[in-house]
Design a protein. Structure first.
Length: 453
């Protein structure tokens, strides 16, 4: 009897593998689920549907794309019932996840885009909602198929920033938990991790295309393959190709995808809006009622959120501001000149500045425009969104810019005696009369060297 049971186990596993995905995951009346053919990887994709099938006033189709976690489409289980009362809802388990077939395949964002387009054949246009890795897929899809995306909602998108920047964020988050935010070990350890991340090879996409490499380095694990592929993806061009009305939603306490990524997305996508909720990485789970309400308002054009990006414009005030030996100073509004000297952890937001000078300082510059130059010595500057019209003159200074537009030639110059590093994520250089050029790279400038792009 035991022998017979053992012999039947392979058959039982095979039957389970080919069983239809459970529709009850949708937690909505009339929900249905099926396996459909996946023409990209040659297997099957679990596809879920709920909501009214017949057209009615205000009815829309909403496509939900999940993140990296094992639950796959179940991450939307608290969202689907609310949407399905009025709208048609389509969710799927991406290949390699949930009830879809799995294998040692090249689970790249571009391949996921091809799968999504192949399995969601109707309707011709829909609202696309993505969470975490699913938001990354949604960005790539909206850029590749703008004719199909009526509206785009991005929820705590993973990746996007240059891999070295993202790795540093994850490392610092872990170190703060282990050591405490005020530990003297935090900065040297973060600096060591940053250095390693900056030297990560840029050509791993080619390696991931080879099954043997995926098996040897990542054990052929779909989530690991997808994660590595996603963090190496350059979204610079895709973000600026999106034309659909876009809402970016973020958890303020997200320790997986930094809120800075939300600011960068809202800055780079034309007309995008940003809403920040008191949640972690999954607001649709942690604050499902609130998320559902805002998503339904968005579908009804009733949300009322204004575009995020500060419009470029002239500096309207002639004031000059200084920060001397202060920690945590904050600046907004217009300044003809802003001087930071021995100023640690300054924050500049929603500002228009003529010139910025920094000496032995660190600052986060968010959604702000600098008309002329930045001069910095022995400083660390992080820019997110906005623009810089003049050159960066740097001496023993590091620059970390995300979704920032540069307009000068040269872009930067090293005026000091040590190498300086610029980490550029989904940024661009755009000069009058020239086509914009994407900047998603690590640049090292030797003493006396200039950066021309």
């Amino acid at each position: 009897m035991k022998l017979r049971a053992l012999l039947l186990l392979p058959l039982l596993f095979t039957a389970a593998a080919y069983a239809a995905p459970p529709a009850e995951l949708m937690r909505a009346p009339g929900a249905r689920a099926e396996h459909v053919h996946d023409p990209v990887f040659g297997g099957r994709v679990a596809l879920y549907r709920a909501g009214p099938a017949q057209a009615s006033p205000g009815r829309q189709t909403v496509v939900l794309v999940h993140g990296l976690g094992a639950p796959a489409a179940r991450d939307w289980s608290a969202v689907i019932p609310a949407l399905a009362l009025r709208h048609e809802v389509i969710a799927l388990d991406l290949p390699g996840f949930g009830y879809s077939d799995k294998g040692n395949h090249y689970y790249s964002l571009d391949n996921f885009v091809r799968v999504l387009d192949a399995v969601v054949t109707e309707p011709a246009r829909f609202t696309l909602v993505g969470h975490s890795m699913g938001a990354a897929v949604a960005i790539a899809y909206a850029a590749a198929h703008p004719e199909r995306v009526e509206r785009l909602v991005l929820l705590d998108a993973a990746g996007v920033l240059h891999r070295s920047v993202y790795v540093e964020f994850l490392a610092q988050t872990a170190l703060k938990r282990a050591l405490g935010a005020d530990s003297p070990l935090l900065e040297p350890l973060a600096r060591a991790i940053r250095s390693r991340a900056e030297n990560w090879p840029e050509d791993d996409e080619l390696a991931l295309e080879r099954a043997g490499v995926r098996q040897r380095l990542l054990g052929g694990e779909p989530a690991a393959i997808a994660a590595v592929g996603m963090t190496g993806y350059d979204f610079s061009r895709a973000l600026r190709r999106i034309r659909a009305p876009t809402l970016v939603v973020w958890g303020a306490e997200d320790r997986v995808a930094p809120l800075r990524t939300g600011h960068a997305l809202a800055a780079a996508i034309s007309g995008a809006r940003l809403l920040v909720l008191p949640a972690g990485h999954a607001p649709q789970i942690e604050l499902s009622d609130r998320f559902n309400a805002l998503l339904l308002d968005e579908l009804d054009d009733a949300l009322g959120a204004a575009p995020y990006a500060l419009a470029p414009g002239p500096v309207r005030e002639a004031r000059i501001a200084r920060c001397d030996g202060t920690h945590g100073a904050q600046f907004d509004g217009d300044y003809e000149m802003l001087v930071l000297e021995d100023c640690r952890d300054a924050r500049i937001a929603n500002a228009r500045i003529g010139r910025l000078h920094a000496v032995r300082s660190s600052a986060r510059i968010v959604n702000s425009h600098i008309r002329d130059e930045i001069q910095a010595r022995q400083s660390r500057l992080q820019l997110t969104g906005g623009s810089v019209g003049g050159p960066l003159t740097l001496d023993a200074t590091s620059i970390d810019a995300a979704a920032t537009r540069f307009a000068s030639l040269p872009l930067a110059a090293n005026s000091g005696e040590a190498t300086v590093v610029l980490r550029l994520s989904v940024s661009e250089v755009s000069r009058s009369g020239n086509a914009p050029r994407e900047l998603h790279e690590i640049v090292r400038l030797a003493p006396g060297e200039t950066l021309i792009r």
